[in-house]
Design a protein around this ligand. Structure first.
Ligand code: HEC
Length: 156
């Protein structure tokens, strides 16, 4: 550790005591909402770039890595909606917490669809990749229809 680090460490530790604590020290409810928002945005960007590959009749094998990433996100997703984030400002509908089992099942359906997308990509099967892309897109919407609220009105 550098001398600067030695001086800073106790200050950082002292600072932590004042940060509101979530399930993981230093990772509070607001950070969890921010993390899932970032993952959702990245998943939308991934889906969009895959569509461009499909439309351009491109190499779907190159999309296997990204598709596996979507599947892993589906597996991780339910844990990013813990009780401590219930009622915070976000687009999550309250039904998400009352219908928790169904929400988790929809995340699992998305994960399964993305896993099949990765398999089609790995196999270089363009037709299967294109139809499975539609299935993944539908699994996003199936969850949003029930558990995602409309975006907040733009500030004026
Ligand atoms: C199991 C449910 C579920 C699935 C599956 C799901 N979403 Fe969402 N999505 C949500 C919920 C709930 C929110 C609101 C989260 C929040 O505001 O904290 C959300 C928010 C979003 C947002 C807004 C993020 C932000 O904060 O700006 C985007 C974009 C998004 N999802 C895209 C997708 C895409 C693309 C897929 C499929 C690849 C997908 N989602 C799959 C439930 C889901």
């Amino acid at each position: 550790m550098t001398r600067g680090g030695l001086i800073l460490a106790p200050l950082l530790l002292a600072g932590c005591a004042t940060v509101p604590q979530g399930p993981v020290p230093g990772l509070g409810p607001a950070e969890i909402v921010a993390a899932r928002g970032a993952a959702f945005q990245l998943s939308a960007a991934t889906l969009g770039s895959m569509k461009r590959v499909i439309d351009a009749d491109g190499d779907v094998k190159s999309q296997a890595f990204a598709a596996r990433g979507l599947a892993r996100w589906g597996r991780a997703m339910p844990a990013l909606f813990p009780e401590v984030t219930r009622g915070l400002e976000s687009r999550a509908r309250p039904e998400l917490w009352t219908g928790r089992a169904d929400f988790t099942a929809k995340a699992a359906a998305f994960e399964a669809a993305a896993t099949r997308l990765a398999e089609a990509a790995q196999a270089g099967d363009k037709a299967a990749f294109a139809s499975q892309w539609q299935a993944v897109d539908a699994s996003c919407s199936a969850c949003h229809d029930l558990y995602r609220a409309p975006p907040p009105a733009p500030a004026r």
